[in-house]
Design a protein around this ligand. Structure first.
Ligand SMILES: CC(C)(COP(=O)(O)OP(=O)(O)OC[C@H]1O[C@@H](n2cnc3c(N)ncnc32)[C@H](O)[C@@H]1OP(=O)(O)O)[C@@H](O)C(=O)NCCC(=O)NCCS
Length: 188
């Protein structure tokens, strides 16, 4: 894991109560996610999310409960560094499994091991909650994310050509990865 000398990776914590979503945390998460999306990050938003969007999203994840959802936040003493979450599949026949819907690291904290730490936490909590398969998808041009996912044991199980449509003109592949948590792995 790459980390810059003298700048330890921020700690990662799971959020399990809505009152942990403080106004400062929501503000910082909003500005971080908005900046990432404005700079072209593939996070599922076409335009930068605002505070209302981010509040509703994070609340809904926490309110889903610890068996059905997991939100992890990275930060040091003063600053938000990134977040990730998974949601258990709602379809009755897919209930043993969960999907990582977002993983995002603030621009100022990237390449310091934060993304890897967030992903490791998401996997660890998934094991604790008896999730069997953890899935995710990403835009086909996101080489950094792909490298991170592969290094943590995820493998491609499908690809939809030209599926992601951020605007009228651009199309990107959607790449689907999964890790089977029923099998022992060497990572984590
Ligand atoms: C993808 C993302 C989460 C990675 O977070 P990060 O904290 O910068 O990543 P880490 O420092 O933990 O790096 C872990 C590994 O990811 C890979 N990686 C991360 N960024 C990379 C980049 N820009 N280019 C190539 N590989 C990269 C490397 O394999 C790296 O391992 P290494 O440092 O040992 O080489 C972050 O770049 C991000 O938030 N991007 C914008 C949002 C996004 O694309 N999210 C994923 C959507 S599916």
């Amino acid at each position: 894991m790459t980390s810059l000398p003298g700048r330890p990776a921020p700690r990662v914590a799971r959020v399990t109560r809505v009152d942990e979503l403080t106004p400062d945390l929501i503000d910082e998460a909003t500005s971080s996610l908005a900046r990432l999306v404005a700079d072209g990050a593939a996070l599922g938003w076409v335009t930068p999310p605002d505070r209302v969007d981010v509040t509703a999203l994070l609340r809904s994840v926490v309110e889903a409960g610890t068996q059905d959802a997991c939100l992890v936040i990275a930060g040091d003493n003063t600053r938000f560094a990134g977040l990730g979450y998974w949601l258990r599949y709602a379809r009755p026949t897919h209930r043993p499994h969960a999907d990582i819907e977002k993983l995002a690291v603030s621009p100022d904290f990237q390449r310091r091991g934060v993304g890897r730490a967030l992903l490791a936490a998401l996997i660890g909590h998934a094991r604790v909650e008896s999730v069997e398969m953890l899935t995710l998808d990403f835009r086909g041009d996101n080489a950094g994310a792909e490298s991170l996912y592969r290094s943590m044991g995820f493998a491609e199980y499908g690809r939809l050509r030209d599926f992601v449509a951020p605007d009228e003109h651009q199309r990107f592949d959607m790449v689907m990865h999964a890790i089977d948590l029923r099998k022992p792995t060497l990572v984590e």
